[in-house]
Design a protein around this ligand. Structure first.
Ligand SMILES: [Ca+2]
Length: 296
């Protein structure tokens, strides 16, 4: 019996299809979840695309239907956001996001004020990444949208964070991700020319090259004072140095912590660890995230 099982498993492994092209239904239906050893040490994690870990059974986001402000939790099907339920719930109405649920930790990212809520559905379609992964994205309006999670206690450096985001248009100094109060810890555009992102925890640390607008990127950061790191996609763009010693109390997506200076942001996922990831760990996580999101 045991040998039969081994042979059967061998056939199943051999029969598994090779990775398919972007947009292929077989690819889009695949379920990807972080392996347990990559979630170990993570403090907080959110995604509007997938279950970050298999044990998570809660909703991914909560959607408000614009026509009557009725709200509904949206879960995952086979590990991926149930977009069909969003479309049937909203119909021809806009679908706004009130909550991105914490899949790790307990800190939901929220926006209670209707005018400040970003969208997941425009009245006829889910917003999706325009290249690469073709997965759902939440879209900030670049006017007054932002979302925020306030932790009871600050993250204390060192922390490492990985974000799958898109900036659609560039404005000088747009904050993409901030802390949740005025203690300065955020990633935003550099303040001179072109779309480069800096990490700021009282001192600006900038990546070495500009990134492409209008497509999702993997932005990652290690907040570790004089040994901080920021980069995106592959390691070529990575920079290390001093970012300052400030500790973030939470996370704001799409604006400064007080809601000012809105950014032209689209977002898919953020995960935050309580340690400084070394180069090998950063590379492993980049590869793991990229295997799902196809960013570079
Ligand atoms: Ca708005």
């Amino acid at each position: 019996m045991k040998w039969s099982l081994v042979i059967l498993l061998g056939l199943l492994v051999r029969a598994a299809p090779a990775q398919t092209a972007f947009g292929d239904p077989a690819f889009l239906s695949r379920t990807f979840i972080y392996p347990a050893n990559c979630v170990t040490g993570a403090l907080d994690g959110w995604s509007c695309v997938r279950n970050i870990r298999a044990e998570y059974q809660g909703a991914l986001i909560r959607v408000r239907r614009g026509s009557d402000s009725t709200e509904q939790d949206i879960y995952a099907l086979a590990g991926a956001l149930d977009t069909a339920t969003i479309a049937s719930f909203c119909g021809t109405s806009t679908g706004y996001v009130t909550t991105i649920y914490a899949q790790l930790g307990t800190n939901n990212i929220k926006q209670a004020t209707a005018a400040n809520q970003p969208q997941i559905y425009n009245g006829s379609a889910i917003f999706i990444a325009t290249n690469g992964n073709r997965r759902p994205m939440i879209k900030w309006d670049n006017v007054n949208d932002y979302m925020q999670a306030v932790r009871n206690t600050a993250w204390v450096q060192p922390i490492s964070a990985y974000h799958v985001i898109q900036q659609t248009s560039w404005t000088l100094g747009d904050p993409l991700i901030d802390g949740s109060t005025t203690a300065t810890f955020f990633v935003n555009d550099q303040r001179d020319s072109s779309s480069r992102i800096r990490l700021y925890a009282n001192t600006a640390l900038q990546p070495t090259t500009s990134f492409t607008l209008g497509v999702p990127i993997l932005l990652y950061e290690v907040g570790n004072n004089t040994a901080s790191v920021i980069g995106f996609n592959n390691q070529v763009a990575e920079t290390s140095g001093t970012a300052g010693a400030a500790n973030p109390e939470g996370i704001t997506l799409g604006a400064f912590s007080n809601g000012t200076v809105p950014a032209d942001l689209m977002w898919q996922e953020s995960i935050i660890y309580g340690t400084a990831h070394d180069a090998a760990t950063r590379q492993r996580l980049r590869e793991l995230i990229n295997a799902f999101y196809h960013l570079f």
